[in-house]
Every structure is written in structure tokens, then in C-alpha cells.
Ligand binder design. Structure first.
Ligand code: AMP
Length: 220
């Protein structure tokens, strides 16, 4: 199965995608994580991307397209399909993905759009913290966890440090949301017209969102 997850920052795409990945073993490609790994390594992509990321702006299309297409060519994606979280985010990226898939005689099966009002997205981003070691996402508003006091990951055998992403800082959030509305939200219509879009309200409990997501997967 080949899937794309769309929605504003803070909609919980990553949490959902991770759970589906654990349930189905479909390869999960998280664009933001791939870029953050490059920044950490300070490789060519990372050096180019980090300024944009810290400012909450989108990294140039040609950079992210190059990174994702290379990953999609790997064996696991070719045999098992993929779930894309955080890509595409612009029309140019969506077109590059379509072109790549049609060259491989493949196509997307499903695009899930997690809708969420801006004010809730901002509230969630402000309360979000992440484990540096395993990537588990903690959130006061959705998971009912008091992250202010919690500094260490509670996942079994982890104990990694919990931190707040630079771009989750309140000063950067308006820019990220503006980028989303201006550049990413036109993709909703693009995929709606292709009959691939399924909307799931993300303004609910994680378990409810997950069960509706799975229903959509099973119907495809
Ligand atoms: P995320 O973890 O998905 O919120 O992404 C973090 C940041 O990485 C974004 O604010 C962008 O700067 C960059 N980024 C992630 N995915 C893309 C993409 N598809 N196109 C451009 N920039 C991206």
C-alpha cells in the first residue's frame, strides 16, 4: 500500500503513522526526521536545510524531492509500499512524486488528511516534546501527560532525554502554519480531484483518530 499523510503541523500525523507502521510493517518515511538526521550529521542536505527548518520555512523542493525519491527506490518501498509523513508539501513535490510513481508503474492508494483548527494546532505544538532516543511524542493536550515535570522517556528500555524542538517554539509556529496554508493546503484539492483523499478529524483522542484511520485503510 502507498499512502500519504497530510495535515497541519501538530495534527498528529506522526503519531498515527507510527502506530500504523507498527501494525502493518509498511515502511514509514518521515520527511522531517530524515532532514533532522541530515542536520545532525551536518551532511550536504543538512547544511542546506537547517536554516529553513529553524525559521519554520519549507526546505527548497529540489532538496526534499532528491532525498525522498532516493529513499523510495530502496527495496523495502518497492516491495511493501510506503507511508509518507511530511511529503509532499507543495504542488511541485506532489507532481514529482506522481511522475516517479508512474515511471515505476505504481500509484498512490490513499491520502489521509488530518484536519485540525489552527488554534488547536498551536496549543498542541506548544505542549509537544519528543524523546531524543526513540522519537516517542509526548503531549500535554492529547496524551494528558504533564511533560513539564517529565524529562526522561517512559517507554520500556528507553529512558532517553525528552526535549522541545526548536521549531515548536511559539515564535516559529505562525510561520509554519502560514507555510502550510499557503503551500500545502492546495494539495487537498489536488488529491480530492483524483478521488484519493479521506478526511479524518484530528481534534479527538489519539485512539479515536487511529480507529478511523484504520477503517479508511481497510476500505481501500
Ligand atoms: P516536520 O517534522 O514534518 O514538522 O518538518 C519539520 C521541518 O522540516 C519543516 O518545518 C520544514 O522546514 C522541513 N520539511 C519537512 N518536510 C518538508 C517538505 N516536504 N518540504 C519542505 N520542507 C520540509
Amino acid at each position: 500500500m502507498r499512502m500519504v499523510f497530510l495535515g497541519p503541523p501538530g495534527a498528529g500525523k506522526g503519531t498515527q503513522a507510527q502506530q500504523i507502521h507498527e501494525e502493518t510493517s509498511i515502511p514509514l518515511l518521515i520527511m522531517g526526521d530524515m532532514l533532522r538526521a541530515s542536520v545532525k550529521r551536518q551532511d550536504e542536505v543538512g547544511l542546506e536545510a537547517q536554516g529553513y527548518m529553524n525559521r519554520g520555512e519549507l526546505v527548497p523542493d529540489e532538496v526534499v524531492i532528491r532525498v525522498i525519491l532516493k529513499r523510495l527506490e530502496e527495496e523495502d518501498c518497492q516491495t511493501k509500499g510506503f507511508m509518507l509523513d511530511g511529503f509532499p508539501r507543495t504542488s511541485q513535490q506532489a507532481q514529482a512524486l506522481d511522475k516517479h510513481l508512474s515511471q515505476c508503474n505504481q500509484q498512490l492508494d490513499l491520502v489521509i488528511y488530518y484536519s485540525l483548527p489552527d488554534e488547536i494546532a498551536i496549543q498542541r505544538l506548544s505542549g509537544r516534546k519528543i524523546c531524543r532516543k526513540c522519537g516517542k511524542i509526548y503531549n500535554i493536550s492529547t496524551l494528558n501527560i504533564s511533560t513539564d515535570e517529565q524529562t526522561v522517556c517512559s517507554k520500556e528500555n528507553c529512558g532517553g532525554e525528552i526535549y522541545q524542538r526548536v521549531d515548536d517554539d511559539p515564535s516559529v509556529q505562525p510561520k509554519r502554519l502560514a507555510e502550510y496554508h499557503q503551500k500545502t493546503s492546495p494539495l487537498l484539492e489536488y488529491y480530492r480531484q483524483k478521488g484519493m483523499l479521506r478526511e479524518v478529524s484530528a481534534n479527538r483522542k489519539v485512539e479515536e483518530i487511529f480507529s478511523e484511520t484504520m477503517k479508511n485503510l481497510k476500505m481501500t
